[in-house]
Ligand binder design. Structure first.
Ligand SMILES: CC(C)(COP(=O)(O)OP(=O)(O)OC[C@H]1O[C@@H](n2cnc3c(N)ncnc32)[C@H](O)[C@@H]1OP(=O)(O)O)[C@@H](O)C(=O)NCCC(=O)NCCS
Length: 178
C-alpha cells in the first residue's frame, strides 16, 4: 500500500474523470465535477485525489449547500459527492482515507454539517445518520435511508430542518449524483 491523498491539482482533471467513469459506468459524475470545477462553489482543498504510482485511483469532492427551512432560515453545510475508487483498488481503505481527510479538512474550515446520498451501510461507519430522522430532505426522490447527515459539532443539527439546496451544477445531471 503506497498511496497518498492530496488536493486536486490543475493536471488532474482527466484522471479524475477516468476514475468516476470507471466507478459509475456512466459519465454523469465526471461531467458534474467538470461543471463544478468551473463554478464559484469549487474549492480545490475539498477536491481530493488518491494517488498510487502517479495514477489517480480515488476521488472525493465536497461542495457547499444550504439547508433551507420552510421559514426560509438557511443553514450552511457541505455535500459529499461524488466519491469513487477505481475497481482494482477497492477494499484497501482508500475510500475511507479520502472521506476521513475530507471530513477533517471540512471541520478545519468551520463546517458543522455534511450531507451525503449513498449507501447507508458504507457511510454509517463515518457516523453519518438518517437525514430523515432530523427532517432534513434531499431535493430529489431517493431510496429510503439513502440521504444521510453528519454533525461535526455537538448540537449542530438542533433546530436544523428543511430541504438541502445543491449548487446549480447538480441540476444538470440526469441521474441523481452519488
Ligand atoms: C464505495 C467506494 C467508494 C468504496 O471505496 P473503497 O476504497 O473500496 O472503500 P474502503 O476500502 O475504505 O472500504 C471498504 C469497505 O466498504 C464496504 N463497502 C464498499 N461499498 C459499499 C457499499 N456500496 N455499501 C456498503 N458497504 C460498502 C466494503 O464491503 C468494505 O467493507 P469492510 O471494511 O467491512 O471490509 C467504492 O466501492 C466505489 O467507488 N464504488 C462505486 C462508486 C460508488 O458507488 N460511489 C458512491 C458511494 S455510496
Amino acid at each position: 500500500m503506497e498511496w497518498t491523498i492530496r488536493s486536486e491539482e490543475p493536471d488532474d482533471a482527466a484522471g479524475i474523470a477516468a476514475v468516476l467513469t470507471d466507478a459509475f459506468s456512466r459519465e454523469d459524475e465526471a461531467e458534474l465535477v467538470s461543471l463544478i470545477r468551473n463554478s464559484d462553489t469549487y474549492d480545490p482543498e475539498l477536491s481530493l485525489v488518491c494517488i498510487e504510482d502517479e495514477t489517480i485511483v480515488g476521488y472525493v469532492l465536497f461542495s457547499p449547500v444550504v439547508i433551507r427551512a420552510k421559514d426560509c432560515d438557511e443553514t450552511p453545510a457541505l455535500a459529499l459527492a461524488p466519491m469513487a475508487v477505481l475497481s482494482k483498488f477497492r477494499n484497501q481503505g482508500i475510500g475511507t482515507a479520502l472521506i476521513e481527510e475530507g471530513i477533517h479538512r471540512s471541520y478545519q474550515k468551520g463546517t458543522k454539517i455534511i450531507v451525503v446520498l449513498g449507501e447507508p451501510g458504507y457511510y454509517r461507519r463515518f457516523r453519518f445518520e438518517s437525514a430523515k430522522a432530523h427532517e432534513i430532505k434531499p431535493p430529489w426522490e431517493v431510496p429510503e435511508g439513502a440521504f444521510m447527515v453528519l454533525s461535526l459539532e455537538t448540537n449542530a443539527l438542533r433546530d436544523v430542518h428543511g430541504v438541502v439546496h445543491y449548487p446549480e451544477a447538480f441540476s444538470h445531471t440526469t441521474n441523481t449524483p452519488q
